[in-house]
Write a protein that binds this ligand. Structure first.
Ligand SMILES: Nc1nc2c(ncn2[C@@H]2O[C@H](COP(=O)(O)OP(=O)(O)OP(=O)(O)O)[C@@H](O)[C@H]2O)c(=O)[nH]1
Ligand SMILES: [Mg+2]
Length: 349
């Protein structure tokens, strides 16, 4: 299970103030009160949006405001209400008051709305204060106050698939190729510093939650590199897609890389030692087309003999083979789920 969190500050709109206008007409200096009411301030509303997968947008933008209501004016004109500010959140989000820890909303349904900060009521214009004995009131009320608060948003998702491999193997590129997630990709190790999730839609009713993870290195199970903290995340993914650079620039053997990672997983826990994986020989586009088929055949055969697995080939860059990896991951996820759950679900979430 991955927890995506964000802390944001919100402020609803202030109510507009009521007007204290007195009508003055020719020959009638005291035409009576005609000050209109102020408009209501905008609310801050959280709404469940099935097209949003992460809380990342709230990390980028931590302040959200609704519009203030406009003041009332003469001729009994009411001020315009301020617009609401609507925050689309993924299904499965829980919204807390960050200061009191009170649970404000548990968003599980598409379109589900929760009011998290009410806009101030509009103030009353002086018309309301007119009475038989009080013909020219100059009283009006200010609009209700805005509400400011800090929200903590949390999203828990269980990833079906964890992308595991050495730094630079192309895990983040694979997530970009298969989902709408946009993790950073760069040509140096340890680009990814925190797990990131994406959702791959295979067909309308088949989707996989995929977690891109920081690269693992030898010694990760003892705390080397960034990997240690994240190995416990991998424990919660159903299956592993093990991404290997098929043509590493340093000339290293992908079989050694595979050995290294499997050893670290096994040393971390028995559970990870047993976690089923799909092995992907990635960056296949970098292999010289002339000898490619023979080279790949040879590599696959060596994996079968020496490592007991049959790897798939793919390129996150050109997307070749990516579809087959997703299909294989889907099948394996279903099998793993079938073995651990009495009633397999069709889709995740
Ligand atoms: N030609 C080619 N380049 C790739 C492919 N996949 C990734 N790359 C390149 O390899 C480099 C590393 O890619 P990333 O996706 O950041 O690798 P990563 O495994 O997420 O790396 P870390 O986050 O550091 O563990 C980048 O320069 C990518 O553009 C591929 O299939 N083909
Ligand atoms: Mg990465």
């Amino acid at each position: 299970m991955f927890v995506d969190t964000a802390i944001i500050s919100i402020r609803s709109g202030k109510g507009g103030k009521g007007s204290a206008h007195l009508l003055r007409l020719k020959g009638n200096a005291k035409g009576g009160p005609d000050g209109g009411d102020g408009g209501k301030g905008g609310d801050i509303v959280v709404v469940g949006d099935p097209h949003v997968d992460t809380l990342i947008q709230f990390g980028y933008r931590p302040h959200w405001f609704a519009e203030d209501g406009e003041a009332g004016s003469r001729k009994s004109c009411a001020g315009k209400a301020g617009s609401d500010c609507v925050l689309p959140v993924p299904l499965g989000s829980q919204i807390f008051d960050a200061d009191t820890d009170e649970l404000l909303a548990d968003i599980t349904q598409p379109g589900q709305r929760a009011l998290v900060a009410r806009g101030g009521e509009g103030g009353l214009g002086n018309e309301h204060f007119k009475s038989a004995v009080h013909q020219t009131p100059i009283e009006s009320t200010p609009g209700g106050p805005a509400i400011e608060r800090r929200l903590r948003m949390e999203l828990c998702l269980i990833a079906d698939v964890g992308l595991v491999g050495l730094p630079n193997a192309g895990k983040s590129t694979f997530l970009r190729a298969t989902t709408r997630a946009q993790p950073k990709v760069a040509d140096y190790p340890f680009t990814t510093l925190a797990p990131q999730l994406g959702i791959a839609d295979l067909t309308d009713d088949r989707r996989l939650v995929i977690a891109d993870l920081p690269g693992l290195i030898e010694g990760a199970s003892e705390g080397h590199g960034l990997g240690h903290d994240f190995l416990k995340h991998i424990e919660r993914t159903r299956v592993i897609v093990h991404v290997l650079d098929a043509a590493p620039a340093d000339g290293s053997d992908p079989l050694d890389s595979h050995r290294t990672i499997r050893r670290e997983l096994a040393e971390f826990s028995d559970h990870l030692a047993r976690t089923r994986e799909i092995v992907v020989l990635n960056k296949i586009d970098l292999i010289d087309p002339a000898g490619r088929d023979a080279h790949v055949r040879d590599l696959i055969a060596r994996f079968e003999v020496e490592r007991g697995v049959r790897p798939l080939i793919a390129s996150g860059a050109t997307k070749e083979g990516v579809r087959q990896v997703l299909e294989a991951a889907w099948d394996l996820t279903r099998r793993v789920r079938g073995a651990t759950e009495a009633t397999p679900r069709q889709t995740q979430r």
